[in-house]
Design a protein around this ligand. Structure first.
Ligand code: CDP
Ligand code: CDP
Length: 211
């Protein structure tokens, strides 16, 4: 089978993956999928039932019961949902339940997909892979500013500590840990604004994935 027309955008929290992937998708005329939403929605479903996001049986059952409406919820980006998503994402049965859906999405019309394991596990044969990163301080500041914009004032050090804990859990888990694929290009955006990151990423994608 020929390689899917998929651009993989992986990396740690608040690196600018979503912003970049959305712009790439619009430019390339491809659908965009934020795969973090899937894990966030599973975490939410577990919390709704008063369950423990670390419990494999509960989390896997909620992953299998996930619906499109779950992805539209407005409470997927709270600190509680951040930690619950990372906890359910450790569980192999949860990841397995979400795998085919992600592959079908990408194979249908191609896609730009952002997450942690798109280039390593979901589409190891994607022609273009980016691992977007930035310093922990820069990423914490971005998330903090985003929250400010939504009217939520939080302690910057607390945001940075929560993010570090989540990144560590994502990078150290046994199944589909967050890491650059061997053929991914690492894009450090610490000193790049979103426009400069987009320009650099587009060059790479054009080189790897001719129209
Ligand atoms: O998807 P991810 O969590 O990696 O990050 P995001 O939600 O796309 O971006 C977090 C924030 O960083 C947004 O407010 C962006 O405007 C900002 N930002 C960026 O996306 N790219 C840069 N190079 C610099 C800032
Ligand atoms: O927006 P941000 O980068 O903060 O997080 P996200 O992309 O929405 O992902 C939330 C959580 O889901 C991550 O911390 C990971 O634990 C998990 N995730 C994953 O394991 N694999 C993916 N492909 C996407 C997200």
């Amino acid at each position: 089978m020929s390689a899917p027309r998929v651009v993989a955008v992986d990396g740690p929290a608040a690196a600018g993956k979503g912003t970049l992937a959305r712009r790439l998708a619009a430019e390339l005329g491809l659908p965009y999928l934020d795969t973090g939403l899937l894990y966030r929605a599973v975490g939410r479903r577990v919390l709704d039932r008063g369950g423990d996001p670390r419990d494999a049986t509960t989390a896997a059952a909620e992953a299998r019961a996930l619906t499109a409406a779950d992805l539209e919820r407005k409470d997927l980006r709270t600190p509680e949902a951040d930690m619950a998503s990372s906890a359910v994402a450790v569980i192999p049965e949860v990841r397995a339940a979400l795998l085919d859906w992600q592959r079908d999405f990408g194979r249908r019309h191609g896609a730009v997909m952002d997450g942690r394991d798109i280039g390593t596990v979901i589409f190891p044969d994607a022609p273009a892979k980016l691992f977007v990163t930035a310093s922990p301080a820069a990423r914490a500041k971005r998330r903090w500013l985003e929250l400010q914009g939504k009217g939520v004032t939080r302690d910057l050090a607390e945001v940075e500590a929560e993010m570090a804990a989540r990144d560590a859990q994502d990078a150290q888990r046994a199944t589909a840990p967050m890491k650059p694929a061997p053929d991914a290009v690492v894009l450090d955006t610490t000193d790049l604004d979103a426009a400069a990151a987009f320009a650099a990423a587009l060059d790479l994608v054009r080189a790897r994935m001719p129209a």
